[in-house]
Design a protein around this ligand. Structure first.
Ligand SMILES: Nc1ncnc2c1ncn2[C@@H]1O[C@H](COP(=O)(O)OP(=O)(O)O)[C@@H](O)[C@H]1O
Ligand SMILES: [Mg+2]
Length: 140
């Protein structure tokens, strides 16, 4: 568990994630609206050399950024309202050469690749953000 003060440096969290993933991997980001999932992807993308601004893919559902390796950022929240939508275009972002970050992975059940790392973001009693990082057994 890593604790980060509000507005604090997320580099230690991003480093812990990168200790557990490589290109072709998929990171699930869990936590309520406003937990800081998109903000963490911004910190992780920056660390891979992404220079473009990283914005929430809430409406586009997926964004791809040039980095080393490239970063695919999916937010499946709105898929919850679109049962039956063809998701092959979203799956196509998660290629062997990118690191994928997925917000609301529960809405990708059945087609989303398994996570190689799950990050759960919550708050302690003081409202401080807590990042629980669980690599899959294959990446320990
Ligand atoms: N580590 C953080 N420190 C301070 N503010 C944060 C942090 N993470 C997120 N926020 C703020 O909380 C709000 C929601 O963050 P966001 O990353 O969009 O959450 P989510 O993607 O989980 O819904 C934004 O206004 C953002 O600036
Ligand atoms: Mg978000």
């Amino acid at each position: 568990m890593i604790t980060a003060a509000d507005g604090g440096d997320l580099t230690p969290v991003a480093e812990a994630v990168y200790g557990a993933v490589q290109a072709g991997d998929c990171v699930y980001l869990e936590g309520p609206i406003g937990a800081g999932k998109t903000t963490l992807v911004q910190a992780c993308a920056r660390m891979l050399g992404v220079s473009e601004p990283v914005t929430s893919p809430t409406f586009a559902l997926a964004h791809l950024y040039e980095g080393t390796p490239p970063v695919a950022h999916l937010d499946l929240y709105r898929l919850g309202e679109a049962a039956g939508r063809d998701t092959s275009d979203l799956l196509a972002y998660l290629t062997e050469d990118v690191i994928g970050f997925v917000e609301w992975p529960e809405y990708g059940f059945g087609w989303l690749p398994a996570a190689t790392c799950v990050v759960r973001i919550g708050f302690d009693d003081d409202g401080t953000r807590q990042f629980d990082i669980s690599p899959s057994a294959s990446r320990l």
